[in-house]
Design a protein around this ligand. Structure first.
Ligand code: SF4
Length: 359
Protein backbone atom coordinates (compact mmCIF):
# COMPACT_ATOMS: atom_id res chain seq x y z
CA UNK A 1 0.00 0.00 0.00
CA UNK A 2 1.13 3.56 -0.65
CA UNK A 3 2.66 5.16 2.43
CA UNK A 4 0.32 7.48 4.31
CA UNK A 5 3.34 9.62 5.28
CA UNK A 6 3.30 11.27 1.88
CA UNK A 7 0.18 13.21 2.93
CA UNK A 8 1.81 14.80 6.02
CA UNK A 9 2.44 18.14 4.18
CA UNK A 10 -1.34 18.56 3.90
CA UNK A 11 -1.50 18.97 7.68
CA UNK A 12 0.32 22.29 7.23
CA UNK A 13 -0.60 23.38 3.70
CA UNK A 14 -4.17 23.10 2.55
CA UNK A 15 -4.37 24.28 -1.01
CA UNK A 16 -3.90 20.99 -2.79
CA UNK A 17 -6.90 18.63 -2.85
CA UNK A 18 -6.08 15.10 -1.72
CA UNK A 19 -9.60 13.70 -1.62
CA UNK A 20 -11.95 13.54 -4.60
CA UNK A 21 -15.53 12.32 -4.62
CA UNK A 22 -16.43 11.58 -8.23
CA UNK A 23 -20.08 10.95 -9.12
CA UNK A 24 -19.35 8.74 -12.12
CA UNK A 25 -22.97 8.33 -13.17
CA UNK A 26 -26.46 9.47 -12.34
CA UNK A 27 -27.98 6.24 -13.61
CA UNK A 28 -29.39 3.93 -10.98
CA UNK A 29 -31.27 0.64 -10.88
CA UNK A 30 -33.02 1.63 -7.65
CA UNK A 31 -35.14 4.57 -6.52
CA UNK A 32 -34.43 4.87 -2.79
CA UNK A 33 -36.68 7.66 -1.54
CA UNK A 34 -33.97 9.05 0.77
CA UNK A 35 -31.39 9.49 -2.04
CA UNK A 36 -30.47 13.11 -2.71
CA UNK A 37 -29.66 12.28 -6.36
CA UNK A 38 -33.14 10.84 -6.92
CA UNK A 39 -34.86 14.09 -7.86
CA UNK A 40 -32.80 14.29 -11.02
CA UNK A 41 -31.84 10.65 -11.53
CA UNK A 42 -30.94 9.79 -15.13
CA UNK A 43 -30.86 13.47 -16.04
CA UNK A 44 -27.30 14.78 -16.12
CA UNK A 45 -27.04 18.39 -14.89
CA UNK A 46 -28.05 20.86 -17.63
CA UNK A 47 -28.48 17.93 -20.00
CA UNK A 48 -24.69 17.59 -20.18
CA UNK A 49 -23.14 14.25 -21.08
CA UNK A 50 -21.13 12.17 -18.63
CA UNK A 51 -17.39 12.79 -18.74
CA UNK A 52 -15.95 10.29 -21.19
CA UNK A 53 -12.98 8.08 -20.44
CA UNK A 54 -10.86 10.29 -22.71
CA UNK A 55 -11.88 13.38 -20.73
CA UNK A 56 -11.11 11.62 -17.46
CA UNK A 57 -7.67 10.71 -18.85
CA UNK A 58 -7.13 14.41 -19.58
CA UNK A 59 -8.13 15.73 -16.17
CA UNK A 60 -6.60 13.08 -13.89
CA UNK A 61 -2.92 14.14 -14.22
CA UNK A 62 -3.80 17.65 -13.02
CA UNK A 63 -5.03 16.27 -9.69
CA UNK A 64 -1.66 14.91 -8.58
CA UNK A 65 -1.43 12.32 -5.83
CA UNK A 66 -4.66 11.54 -4.02
CA UNK A 67 -5.10 10.11 -0.56
CA UNK A 68 -8.64 9.02 -1.16
CA UNK A 69 -10.77 8.64 -4.27
CA UNK A 70 -14.44 7.96 -3.56
CA UNK A 71 -16.67 7.00 -6.46
CA UNK A 72 -20.33 7.85 -6.08
CA UNK A 73 -23.57 7.95 -8.06
CA UNK A 74 -26.11 6.66 -9.02
CA UNK A 75 -25.11 3.02 -8.98
CA UNK A 76 -21.45 3.19 -9.88
CA UNK A 77 -21.25 -0.36 -11.26
CA UNK A 78 -23.69 0.66 -14.01
CA UNK A 79 -20.90 2.75 -15.50
CA UNK A 80 -19.59 0.33 -18.13
CA UNK A 81 -16.03 1.68 -18.03
CA UNK A 82 -15.69 1.73 -14.21
CA UNK A 83 -12.67 -0.59 -14.38
CA UNK A 84 -10.95 1.58 -17.00
CA UNK A 85 -11.73 4.75 -15.02
CA UNK A 86 -10.22 3.12 -11.92
CA UNK A 87 -7.09 2.24 -13.86
CA UNK A 88 -6.70 5.83 -15.06
CA UNK A 89 -6.82 7.23 -11.52
CA UNK A 90 -4.61 4.44 -10.22
CA UNK A 91 -1.92 5.13 -12.83
CA UNK A 92 -2.08 8.94 -12.66
CA UNK A 93 -2.95 9.66 -9.01
CA UNK A 94 -1.79 6.64 -6.97
CA UNK A 95 -4.68 6.92 -4.48
CA UNK A 96 -4.00 5.23 -1.16
CA UNK A 97 -7.69 4.32 -0.89
CA UNK A 98 -10.33 3.87 -3.59
CA UNK A 99 -13.92 3.58 -2.39
CA UNK A 100 -16.76 1.83 -4.24
CA UNK A 101 -20.21 2.24 -2.66
CA UNK A 102 -22.91 0.03 -4.16
CA UNK A 103 -26.50 -1.04 -3.62
CA UNK A 104 -25.42 -4.62 -4.37
CA UNK A 105 -28.23 -5.30 -6.84
CA UNK A 106 -25.93 -6.76 -9.52
CA UNK A 107 -23.96 -9.44 -7.62
CA UNK A 108 -22.10 -11.15 -10.49
CA UNK A 109 -21.22 -7.90 -12.26
CA UNK A 110 -20.03 -6.30 -9.02
CA UNK A 111 -17.82 -9.27 -8.24
CA UNK A 112 -16.38 -9.41 -11.76
CA UNK A 113 -15.55 -5.70 -11.96
CA UNK A 114 -14.22 -5.55 -8.41
CA UNK A 115 -11.87 -8.44 -9.12
CA UNK A 116 -10.58 -6.72 -12.27
CA UNK A 117 -9.95 -3.55 -10.26
CA UNK A 118 -8.21 -5.51 -7.48
CA UNK A 119 -6.07 -7.31 -10.02
CA UNK A 120 -4.81 -4.06 -11.52
CA UNK A 121 -4.71 -1.64 -8.58
CA UNK A 122 -2.54 -3.72 -6.26
CA UNK A 123 -1.00 -0.87 -4.26
CA UNK A 124 -4.25 0.93 -3.44
CA UNK A 125 -6.68 -0.20 -0.77
CA UNK A 126 -9.88 -1.10 -2.64
CA UNK A 127 -12.87 -0.68 -0.31
CA UNK A 128 -16.32 -1.79 -1.43
CA UNK A 129 -19.21 -0.61 0.72
CA UNK A 130 -22.53 -2.38 0.39
CA UNK A 131 -25.67 -0.54 1.46
CA UNK A 132 -27.77 -2.27 4.10
CA UNK A 133 -30.47 -0.05 5.62
CA UNK A 134 -32.56 -2.71 7.29
CA UNK A 135 -32.63 -6.45 7.83
CA UNK A 136 -34.50 -8.65 5.32
CA UNK A 137 -37.87 -7.16 4.31
CA UNK A 138 -37.16 -3.89 6.16
CA UNK A 139 -34.33 -3.17 3.72
CA UNK A 140 -36.54 -3.90 0.71
CA UNK A 141 -39.42 -1.80 2.03
CA UNK A 142 -37.18 1.16 2.89
CA UNK A 143 -35.46 1.09 -0.49
CA UNK A 144 -38.65 0.15 -2.34
CA UNK A 145 -36.67 -2.64 -4.01
CA UNK A 146 -38.26 -6.08 -3.69
CA UNK A 147 -35.55 -8.74 -3.44
CA UNK A 148 -32.87 -6.11 -2.85
CA UNK A 149 -31.71 -7.51 0.47
CA UNK A 150 -31.13 -11.01 -0.94
CA UNK A 151 -29.19 -9.56 -3.86
CA UNK A 152 -27.06 -7.42 -1.54
CA UNK A 153 -26.32 -10.51 0.55
CA UNK A 154 -25.38 -12.46 -2.56
CA UNK A 155 -23.00 -9.63 -3.47
CA UNK A 156 -21.57 -9.86 0.04
CA UNK A 157 -21.02 -13.62 -0.37
CA UNK A 158 -19.33 -13.27 -3.75
CA UNK A 159 -17.14 -10.38 -2.62
CA UNK A 160 -16.16 -12.13 0.61
CA UNK A 161 -14.49 -14.82 -1.49
CA UNK A 162 -12.02 -12.20 -2.76
CA UNK A 163 -10.71 -11.29 0.69
CA UNK A 164 -8.27 -14.20 0.97
CA UNK A 165 -6.73 -13.61 -2.43
CA UNK A 166 -6.39 -9.83 -2.31
CA UNK A 167 -4.87 -8.35 0.85
CA UNK A 168 -5.62 -4.85 -0.46
CA UNK A 169 -9.37 -5.59 -0.46
CA UNK A 170 -11.67 -4.25 2.26
CA UNK A 171 -15.36 -5.01 2.53
CA UNK A 172 -17.70 -2.75 4.48
CA UNK A 173 -21.36 -1.97 5.02
CA UNK A 174 -22.95 1.45 5.06
CA UNK A 175 -26.33 2.18 6.61
CA UNK A 176 -28.20 5.41 5.97
CA UNK A 177 -29.71 6.56 9.26
CA UNK A 178 -33.15 8.09 8.64
CA UNK A 179 -36.50 8.52 10.35
CA UNK A 180 -37.78 5.20 8.94
CA UNK A 181 -35.04 2.94 10.31
CA UNK A 182 -33.87 4.78 13.43
CA UNK A 183 -35.78 2.34 15.67
CA UNK A 184 -34.14 -0.68 14.04
CA UNK A 185 -30.50 0.27 14.53
CA UNK A 186 -29.71 -2.35 17.22
CA UNK A 187 -30.98 -5.08 14.94
CA UNK A 188 -29.04 -3.76 11.93
CA UNK A 189 -25.79 -3.29 13.87
CA UNK A 190 -25.98 -6.79 15.36
CA UNK A 191 -26.76 -8.32 11.98
CA UNK A 192 -23.78 -6.61 10.34
CA UNK A 193 -21.42 -7.50 13.18
CA UNK A 194 -22.18 -11.19 12.46
CA UNK A 195 -20.97 -10.82 8.85
CA UNK A 196 -17.42 -12.04 9.30
CA UNK A 197 -16.03 -10.59 6.07
CA UNK A 198 -17.14 -7.08 6.97
CA UNK A 199 -14.36 -4.86 8.31
CA UNK A 200 -16.26 -1.71 8.94
CA UNK A 201 -19.85 -0.64 9.45
CA UNK A 202 -20.51 3.04 8.90
CA UNK A 203 -23.71 4.91 9.59
CA UNK A 204 -24.38 7.92 7.37
CA UNK A 205 -26.95 10.48 8.31
CA UNK A 206 -29.56 11.07 5.65
CA UNK A 207 -28.74 14.33 3.82
CA UNK A 208 -29.51 16.62 0.92
CA UNK A 209 -32.73 17.69 -0.80
CA UNK A 210 -35.17 14.81 -0.78
CA UNK A 211 -38.50 14.29 -2.46
CA UNK A 212 -39.94 13.44 0.97
CA UNK A 213 -38.24 15.59 3.55
CA UNK A 214 -39.66 13.68 6.53
CA UNK A 215 -36.94 11.06 6.09
CA UNK A 216 -34.75 13.68 7.77
CA UNK A 217 -36.97 13.90 10.90
CA UNK A 218 -34.51 11.98 12.98
CA UNK A 219 -34.19 11.68 16.75
CA UNK A 220 -30.71 12.80 17.82
CA UNK A 221 -30.88 10.58 20.91
CA UNK A 222 -31.47 7.51 18.73
CA UNK A 223 -28.53 8.45 16.51
CA UNK A 224 -26.32 8.82 19.57
CA UNK A 225 -27.43 5.45 20.92
CA UNK A 226 -26.59 3.82 17.60
CA UNK A 227 -23.10 5.31 17.43
CA UNK A 228 -22.45 4.33 21.06
CA UNK A 229 -23.34 0.74 20.17
CA UNK A 230 -20.90 0.77 17.25
CA UNK A 231 -18.21 2.25 19.49
CA UNK A 232 -18.84 -0.31 22.23
CA UNK A 233 -18.54 -3.17 19.75
CA UNK A 234 -15.26 -1.77 18.44
CA UNK A 235 -13.77 -1.35 21.89
CA UNK A 236 -14.98 -4.79 23.02
CA UNK A 237 -13.36 -6.16 19.83
CA UNK A 238 -16.63 -7.77 18.77
CA UNK A 239 -16.46 -5.67 15.60
CA UNK A 240 -13.66 -5.85 13.04
CA UNK A 241 -11.54 -3.00 11.78
CA UNK A 242 -10.01 -2.62 8.32
CA UNK A 243 -6.88 -4.66 7.57
CA UNK A 244 -4.70 -1.95 5.99
CA UNK A 245 -1.83 -0.22 7.78
CA UNK A 246 -3.31 2.75 9.62
CA UNK A 247 -6.68 1.01 10.11
CA UNK A 248 -6.56 1.55 13.88
CA UNK A 249 -6.12 5.28 13.31
CA UNK A 250 -9.07 5.20 10.90
CA UNK A 251 -11.20 3.42 13.52
CA UNK A 252 -10.24 6.07 16.13
CA UNK A 253 -11.14 8.82 13.65
CA UNK A 254 -14.52 7.13 12.99
CA UNK A 255 -15.34 7.21 16.71
CA UNK A 256 -14.31 10.85 17.12
CA UNK A 257 -16.16 11.78 13.94
CA UNK A 258 -19.43 10.25 15.06
CA UNK A 259 -19.19 12.14 18.33
CA UNK A 260 -18.53 15.46 16.60
CA UNK A 261 -21.46 14.80 14.26
CA UNK A 262 -23.67 14.17 17.29
CA UNK A 263 -22.54 17.52 18.75
CA UNK A 264 -23.19 19.32 15.44
CA UNK A 265 -26.70 17.86 15.36
CA UNK A 266 -27.42 19.21 18.83
CA UNK A 267 -25.78 22.64 18.52
CA UNK A 268 -26.38 23.33 14.80
CA UNK A 269 -22.91 24.83 14.72
CA UNK A 270 -19.57 23.95 13.24
CA UNK A 271 -16.87 24.12 15.90
CA UNK A 272 -13.87 23.30 13.76
CA UNK A 273 -12.45 24.38 10.38
CA UNK A 274 -13.78 22.60 7.32
CA UNK A 275 -11.29 21.87 4.55
CA UNK A 276 -13.93 21.37 1.84
CA UNK A 277 -12.73 22.95 -1.39
CA UNK A 278 -9.15 22.93 -0.17
CA UNK A 279 -8.42 19.29 0.71
CA UNK A 280 -11.71 17.82 -0.60
CA UNK A 281 -13.42 18.22 -3.95
CA UNK A 282 -16.62 16.82 -5.39
CA UNK A 283 -17.01 16.36 -9.15
CA UNK A 284 -20.26 15.39 -10.86
CA UNK A 285 -20.54 13.02 -13.82
CA UNK A 286 -20.65 16.02 -16.16
CA UNK A 287 -17.57 17.71 -14.71
CA UNK A 288 -19.11 20.31 -12.39
CA UNK A 289 -16.78 20.77 -9.41
CA UNK A 290 -18.01 21.66 -5.92
CA UNK A 291 -16.23 22.13 -2.60
CA UNK A 292 -18.55 19.58 -1.01
CA UNK A 293 -21.81 17.70 -1.59
CA UNK A 294 -23.84 20.08 0.55
CA UNK A 295 -23.18 23.57 -0.86
CA UNK A 296 -24.77 24.35 -4.19
CA UNK A 297 -22.27 26.97 -5.43
CA UNK A 298 -20.04 25.35 -8.02
CA UNK A 299 -16.36 26.19 -8.46
CA UNK A 300 -16.90 25.78 -12.21
CA UNK A 301 -16.83 23.01 -14.78
CA UNK A 302 -13.64 21.16 -15.56
CA UNK A 303 -14.56 21.25 -19.26
CA UNK A 304 -14.39 25.05 -19.15
CA UNK A 305 -10.95 25.03 -17.54
CA UNK A 306 -9.08 22.89 -20.06
CA UNK A 307 -9.42 19.83 -17.76
CA UNK A 308 -6.94 21.48 -15.40
CA UNK A 309 -8.04 21.14 -11.76
CA UNK A 310 -5.49 23.58 -10.20
CA UNK A 311 -6.55 26.21 -12.73
CA UNK A 312 -10.19 25.65 -11.77
CA UNK A 313 -9.72 25.66 -7.98
CA UNK A 314 -7.56 28.80 -8.09
CA UNK A 315 -9.99 30.69 -10.33
CA UNK A 316 -11.68 33.82 -8.95
CA UNK A 317 -15.05 32.05 -8.90
CA UNK A 318 -13.68 29.22 -6.80
CA UNK A 319 -11.90 31.53 -4.38
CA UNK A 320 -15.07 33.52 -3.71
CA UNK A 321 -17.06 30.28 -3.25
CA UNK A 322 -14.60 29.31 -0.53
CA UNK A 323 -15.28 32.39 1.61
CA UNK A 324 -18.38 31.14 3.49
CA UNK A 325 -16.56 27.90 4.27
CA UNK A 326 -13.47 29.57 5.68
CA UNK A 327 -15.67 32.04 7.62
CA UNK A 328 -17.57 29.12 9.21
CA UNK A 329 -20.88 30.31 7.79
CA UNK A 330 -22.02 26.76 7.03
CA UNK A 331 -22.30 23.57 9.01
CA UNK A 332 -23.29 20.03 8.21
CA UNK A 333 -22.86 16.42 9.27
CA UNK A 334 -21.43 14.99 6.09
CA UNK A 335 -19.12 12.18 7.10
CA UNK A 336 -16.69 12.39 4.15
CA UNK A 337 -15.61 15.88 5.11
CA UNK A 338 -15.24 15.04 8.78
CA UNK A 339 -12.54 12.53 7.85
CA UNK A 340 -10.13 15.15 6.52
CA UNK A 341 -11.31 17.75 9.03
CA UNK A 342 -10.14 15.42 11.80
CA UNK A 343 -7.06 13.79 10.29
CA UNK A 344 -5.52 17.02 9.03
CA UNK A 345 -6.25 19.27 12.01
CA UNK A 346 -3.54 19.03 14.72
CA UNK A 347 -6.04 20.34 17.30
CA UNK A 348 -7.91 17.07 16.93
CA UNK A 349 -4.88 14.95 17.72
CA UNK A 350 -5.24 14.72 21.53
CA UNK A 351 -8.81 13.38 21.12
CA UNK A 352 -7.71 11.10 18.32
CA UNK A 353 -4.87 9.72 20.41
CA UNK A 354 -7.23 9.04 23.33
CA UNK A 355 -9.51 6.95 21.10
CA UNK A 356 -6.57 5.26 19.39
CA UNK A 357 -5.17 4.04 22.71
CA UNK A 358 -8.51 2.52 23.71
CA UNK A 359 -8.76 0.33 20.61
S1 SF4 B 1 -19.22 22.37 6.82
FE1 SF4 B 1 -20.38 21.02 5.44
S2 SF4 B 1 -21.52 22.43 4.17
FE2 SF4 B 1 -19.85 23.61 5.07
S3 SF4 B 1 -18.20 23.42 3.58
FE3 SF4 B 1 -17.88 21.83 5.08
S4 SF4 B 1 -18.83 20.04 4.14
FE4 SF4 B 1 -19.65 21.82 3.06
Amino acid sequence: MYSLLRYVPSIFWKRKPIQLTFFVTRKCNARCPFCFYLKSADQPANGAAELSLAEIERLAPSLGRLLWLAFSGGEIYLRKDLVEISKVFYERNSPAIMLYPTNGLLPELIREKTEQILEHCRRSVIAVKLSIDGVYSDHDALRETPGGFDKAMRSYGLLEELLAEYPNFELGINTVFCSRNQDKMDEIIDFVSDLKGVRTHTISLVRGNLEQDDYKDIDVGKYQRAIERLEKNLKAKTANIYRFKGARLKAAQDILQRRLIGQTLVTHQRKHPCYAGRLNLVMTESGEVYPCEILSTSFGNIRDHDYDMPRLVHSNGALSALEPIVDKRCHCTHECNFITNILFNPRMYPGLLREYLQL
